[in-house]
Structures are given as structure tokens and as C-alpha cells.
Design a protein around this ligand. Sequence first.
Ligand code: FAD
Ligand code: DHB
Length: 395
Amino acid sequence: MSEIPKRTQVTIIGGGPAGSLLAHLLHLEGIESVILELRTRQHVLERVRAGVIEHGSAEVLREAGLGNRMDQEGFIHEGVNLAFDERLIRIDFMGLVGKYVIIYGQTELQKDLYQAIETGIIPLVDEAVGIEIHDVGGDRPSISFLRQGNRHALDCDFVVGCDGVHGITRDYIPKSLVQSFERTYPFVWVGVLSSSPPVADELIYANHETGFALCSMRNKQLSRYYVQGSADDQIEDWPDDRFWEALKTRLPQGVSERLVTGPTIEKLVTPLHSWVAEPMSFRRLFLAGDAAHVVPPTGAKGLNLAISDVVYLAEALADHYRTGSMTGLDSYSKAALARVWRAVRFSWWMTTMMHDFSGMADDFDRRLQRTELEYLAASENARRAMAEGYVGPSV
Ligand code: FAD
Ligand code: DHB
């Protein structure tokens, strides 16, 4: 980072997918921004996370000039599969709603975003620590922070919190105005990135009496698998042998017979919870992505919500700088939350249908779970509703 600016139009706190895409979209509208990121660039680029890009998100990325590598190296998936009782139900997205999703790792998307930021010469200040926002309720907010021991100040018109679930920006919305909604699930996902060919061409979400499993992928030689673990499980509780054994048990035999195991490149344990903080704005501060809401990963929605939030926000900021109007910015929170809640509902529905809630659920819940899966197997309308939820709305 050559010189850290002292003034900009929009300060973006957090340089993950939400923050870096917002900076790029603003740049396309001729609006200046500065990104302040806590971690090093390398750390952000190496994080392994999401894999599913919704149809509408893919269109946004293409329109923003970010689709080339996604279209060359990503995989179009026209359906997903649900497994239970040795059966596979295919949800045919293309046939049912005429849309698809793209399998393209968040790690790759983050590279494309940082490349665009470099090309646009958008200042990205990494290792920015101790960020404080001043005068957030006034017309001229400012930010102070430390980098490599030196204190810096940045004046701006607007501040956007894209600093994820552990961020600090949402604490600047007065507590008396905030309402939080939360649901914690009594289990975790244990995820593995493995250098082995994927077990199937499409994703498989499996419901089994011993727990949930998910087969995903990154490319023809790189598989991504997840299994449900207990709420207090740590990585050490899941040596490779245990992981592969659990995965095999939870898949239909016809699938598990084809499973090729391989060296584990990365392993993580991730909790499942849903959490939404309303509103997503206060005066000149706006929140986007995981800074404002988190969903369990079952519906593959988190990254896609980060993308749709910043599309709404970039449009509202562009309208403001064009016309001076605050109308779009004032309605940002309401518009974004309408979409967020649809994703929260979908993620809750898929999580509830696919996981083992033993200890929490009774026989009544188990019968309902089974009935839901049977309904999907039997009814094209039910499958269409799931397809619509999975591929997501237009952005
Ligand atoms: P983040 O990616 O968390 O970025 C926030 C950034 O802010 C980080 O770079 C962080 O270092 C920085 N930051 C934090 N605190 C500060 C601070 N104080 N000051 C400055 N910077 C700060 N989503 C999907 O859509 N599809 C999927 O298939 C999917 N699968 C997932 C699988 C797993 C295992 C996990 C963990 C998540 C998955 N998600 C998925 C969710 C998705 O990864 C997140 O929703 C997405 O990363 C949100 O982007 P974001 O930019 O809002 O937040
Ligand atoms: C992946 C992650 C998810 O949460 C999901 O629902 C589907 C795929 C993945 O990492 O590939």
C-alpha cells in the first residue's frame, strides 16, 4: 500500500467478498472508496469457504466484468440431489425453473475481486487494526485506525460495515434501535477439502439416521465434503479415518461404493446458526453481508446474500451521488432484509429437513422430516419450490 488516503467518498470496513465487490461496483459508477481490512491480503485470499454461486449472483458478476474465470473454470450445475433411505431425489433446476447454479470456490472469486481492485487502483489497506468510527450520526463521519503502529484518519461521506460475523461496525448502531433474531442448531459441520475426484457430478445432500452429509466439489480432482458432528466437536475429534467412515455410512450404497478418498488439504469445524440484526443501517452507516446476518450453510446462501446486499447498496449510493437523493439509501435496509429473510427461511427449512436432531427431536419431528422428503420425491410442485429457493431470486 503506497499512500493511505485521508479522504474518500465511501469507507468500506472489511475486504471479504462483500467489501471487495462493493468497492468494485462503486468504482464502475465512478464513486471512490477505500477498503480497510483487518487481516493480510494473503490470509483473505487463502480462506476456504463457500462453493455455490446462485444464478442471479453469476449474472451480477458477469455484468460487473468479473465472470470470465468463473465461466471458464466453474461448473454449471443444473440440479442437486437429496439422499435418504438408499434413495436419491434429483431436483432438476433447469427443468423446473429454467435456472442453474455455478460451482466456483469463494477462494477463486476472492482472487478475481482482488484482481479487479488492483486494476481499478482502489485503495485496499490491509492489516488495519483498532478501527473506530467517529460521528456516525452526523453528516461527516470519519474513521481512525492503526497500521503497523502508525495512526491514520480517514474522512468520508458514508461508512459500510462488511466486516463479517466477528466485525465491529454493527455495534455503532444504537442498541435501542436494534432487534436481533437468532437460532442456534445443536450440531456443527466438519468440512474436508480433499485431493480426490468428486464422488458424483452434482451435489448430494444426505439425510441419514447417524447424521447429515454433503458431497460437493471444486474441480475434477478436488472434492469438498461435509459431515454433521456434535455441537462441541473439535477438529482433533475428526481424524481422517473417522471422517471418511462417517461419510460412507451416510451416503446411499450406490454412491459410497464410488467414493475415492484422498489426502486432506484442509479441514474445518463450523457451527450452524441463523442470526439477523435489524435494521441494516443507521444514518450514514450501512451493513452488508455476514456483518448483518448469518445463515447455516445448508442452503448455500451466505455468499449470495453478501452479493445481493452490495448490489442494492451500490445502486442506492450511485443514485445518491447522481441526484443527491437519500431515498434509495433510506430504503436499503428494508429491501435487503426482505431478501435476507427468504434465504433465512430456505436455509432453516433445508437444515431442519436434512439433519439428525437426536436428543432434541422426538418421533413426531422425525416423522415430519421423513414426510417432507417423501413429499419432495412425490410432488413436482414441491421440487419446483425447492429449486426456486436453491437457485435464488434475480438480484
Ligand atoms: P467475510 O467473508 O467474513 O469477510 C469479512 C471481512 O472483514 C474479513 O476479511 C475479515 O478479516 C474482515 N474483518 C473482520 N473484522 C474486521 C475489523 N474489525 N476491521 C476490519 N476488517 C475486519 N455461502 C454461500 O453462499 N454458499 C456456500 O456454499 C457457502 N458455504 C459455506 C461453507 C462454509 C464452511 C462456511 C464457513 C461458509 C459458507 N458460506 C457459503 C458463507 C460465506 O462464506 C459467507 O457468507 C461470506 O464469506 C460472507 O462474506 P462477507 O464479505 O460478508 O464476510
Ligand atoms: C458447499 C458448501 C455449502 O454450504 C453448500 O450448501 C453446498 C456446497 C461447498 O463448499 O462446496
